[in-house]
Design a protein around this ligand. Structure first.
Ligand code: FAD
Ligand code: UDP
Length: 379
C-alpha cells in the first residue's frame, strides 16, 4: 500500500501545482505518480546534445493576463522577458501572424492594401481583434473577400493539417485563438505578462516538486497502482477514457510528431516560429535559441507533423474541441466521478479543454482553493 495523504497523478503543470499547494499549504504528504520518465508534462524542456535548451513537445511560450498566476509561478522561477513573434509563409513570402495590417502590406499590392486598411479601420476600429470567421460573414463584400483570402492562405490548410478537420468543423474558439489584428502589433500574444522561465520549465516545475512532503514516482502508470491507493484521496490529470478503459469509445485527441535538427549556424530563421499554412506535411518550425536567448555557434529547430492519436502509442497532445467530443467527455466525467468518489479530476487532458499553461495553473489553483476550503468537488 502507498503511504501518503494525497496521490497526484501526472507531474505536468496541473499536477505539480496541486502537489506543491497541498504540501506547502496544508503540510500533507503527497505522492506524485508520473508515467513518463520526466516531470513538467508537455512543457518539459531539456538540453540537447549540442547543449541547447529545447522543448521536447513543441514550443511553449508563457503568457497570461492573470497577476495571480504570474505571482504564483514567480516563486519558482526568474523570468527572461520575451515576446513571441511568428511569421507565416504565404505565397513564398513571410508575413507576420496573427495576420495584421503589416501582413496585408507585405502580401497585397500597395494601393489595394491601403484601401482595405482604411476600410478595416473604419469598420472595426484600430486595435480590434476579429476572428477570421467573422470576416467571412461580413456584410461588406470587400471585407468578406479579404476574410476569404486570409481563410484560404492562413487557416484552411493549416487547420486541416493540424486537426484533420476544416476550421468550420471545429469550435469557432479554435481559430479565434489567432484573430486578425486591425493594428501593426506583430506580437503573437497581447497578454500583460509574457516571458520565458529563465532556466526553463523543467527547472521551474522541479522547484515546485522539491517542496518538502512530496515524493515523486517517475515511470509509473497510475492504473497499475489503483489498488495500492485505496483509502487515499487522489487527483488525476490524465485522460479519462484511458482511466475507464475506453468504455464509451476513445475520446478523440490529436497528436504530433517532432523532427529535431541542429544546424551549424548562428540562426536559421528570423523569428522563433515560422508557420507553413501551405502544402507540405509540417505546420510550423521552431528555433529554440530565439526563445531562450542562449548563445552558441549552432542552432536547433523542431518541425511539427500533426498525427492521429493512437492510445498507448502516441501522446494525446490536443483535445479536439467539438460539441460531440464534449458530450462524450461529460459522459466520462460523470462515470469517473461516480466510480471514484474520493478523486478529483483536472488539467488539459482530464478536463478535455484546450488550456494554455496559465489556464492549467489557474485551474489547479482554483481546485486547490476548493479542496482547502473543504468543499468536496472542484469549481
Ligand atoms: P500535461 O502536461 O499533459 O500533464 C499530464 C501528465 O499526466 C503527463 O505528463 C502524463 O504523462 C501524465 N499522465 C497521464 N496519465 C497518467 C497515468 N495513468 N499515470 C501516470 N501519469 C499519467 N501553452 C502555453 O501557455 N503556451 C504555449 O506556447 C503552448 N504551446 C503548446 C504546444 C504544444 C505542442 C502543446 C501540446 C501544448 C502547448 N501548450 C502551450 C499547452 C500546455 O502544454 C498545457 O496547457 C499544459 O502543459 C497542461 O498541463 P497539464 O498538467 O494539464 O497536462
Ligand atoms: N491556425 C491556423 N494557421 C496558423 C496558425 C493557427 O490555421 O498559421 C489555427 C489552427 O487551427 C490552430 C489554431 O489556429 O490549431 C490555434 O493556433 P495556435 O497557434 O494557438 O495553436 P497551438 O500553439 O495551440 O498549437
Amino acid at each position: 500500500m502507498l503511504k501518503a495523504d494525497w496521490v497526484v497523478v501526472g507531474a505536468g503543470l496541473t499536477g505539480s501545482v496541486l502537489a506543491e499547494r497541498l504540501a506547502s499549504q496544508t503540510g500533507a504528504s503527497v505522492v506524485v505518480v508520473e508515467r513518463r520518465r520526466h516531470i513538467a508534462g508537455n512543457a518539459y524542456d531539456r538540453y540537447d546534445e549540442s547543449g541547447l535548451l529545447v522543448h521536447e513537445y513543441g514550443p511553449h511560450i508563457f503568457h497570461t493576463n492573470s497577476p495571480e498566476v504570474w505571482n504564483y509561478l514567480s516563486q519558482f522561477t526568474d523570468w527572461r522577458p520575451y515576446e513571441h513573434r511568428v511569421l507565416a509563409s504565404v505565397e513564398g513570402r513571410l508575413a507576420p501572424l496573427p495576420f495584421n495590417l503589416n501582413s496585408l502590406a507585405t502580401l497585397w499590392p500597395p494601393r489595394a492594401a491601403a484601401r482595405l486598411e482604411s476600410r478595416l479601420c473604419r469598420q472595426f476600429g484600430l486595435g480590434a481583434r476579429v476572428s477570421v470567421l467573422r470576416l467571412l460573414e461580413h456584410p461588406d463584400g470587400e471585407i468578406r473577400r479579404f476574410g476569404q483570402y486570409v481563410y484560404e492562405n492562413v487557416f484552411e490548410n493549416y487547420t486541416r493539417k493540424q486537426w484533420g478537420l476544416s476550421p468550420l468543423e471545429l469550435d469557432p474558439s479554435v481559430v479565434s485563438r489567432v484573430p486578425v489584428l486591425i493594428s501593426r502589433d506583430d506580437r503573437y500574444f497581447q497578454d500583460a505578462y509574457q516571458a520565458m522561465p529563465r532556466h526553463g520549465y523543467t527547472a521551474m516545475v522541479g522547484r515546485m516538486l522539491a517542496t518538502p512532503g512530496i515524493r515523486l514516482l517517475l515511470g509509473a502508470d497510475f492504473r497499475d497502482l489503483l489498488e495500492e491507493c485505496r483509502g487515499i484521496p487522489w487527483i488525476f490529470t490524465g485522460a479519462l477514457d484511458e482511466l475507464l478503459q475506453a468504455r464509451y469509445g476513445a475520446l478523440p485527441y490529436r497528436s504530433l510528431r517532432f523532427r529535431f535538427e541542429t544546424l551549424q549556424a548562428d540562426f536559421a530563421q528570423p523569428v522563433a516560429q515560422v508557420n507553413y499554412p501551405g502544402s507540405g506535411e509540417y505546420t510550423r518550425i521552431t528555433e529554440f535559441k530565439h526563445l531562450t536567448g542562449q548563445r552558441a555557434a549552432c542552432t536547433t529547430l523542431a518541425s511539427e507533423f500533426p498525427a492521429e492519436h493512437l492510445p498507448g502509442t502516441t501522446e494525446p497532445f490536443y483535445p479536439v474541441p467539438r460539441e460531440a467530443n464534449r458530450t462524450l467527455h461529460r459522459k466520462y466525467a460523470e462515470a469517473a466521478a461516480e466510480l471514484y468518489p474520493q478523486a478529483f479530476f483536472a488539467g488539459r487532458l482530464a478536463d478535455y479543454k484546450y488550456y494554455n499553461m496559465d489556464q492549467a495553473v489557474a485551474r489547479a489553483l482554483a481546485l486547490f482553493a476548493s479542496i482547502a476550503s473543504g468543499r468536496r468537488k472542484a469549481a
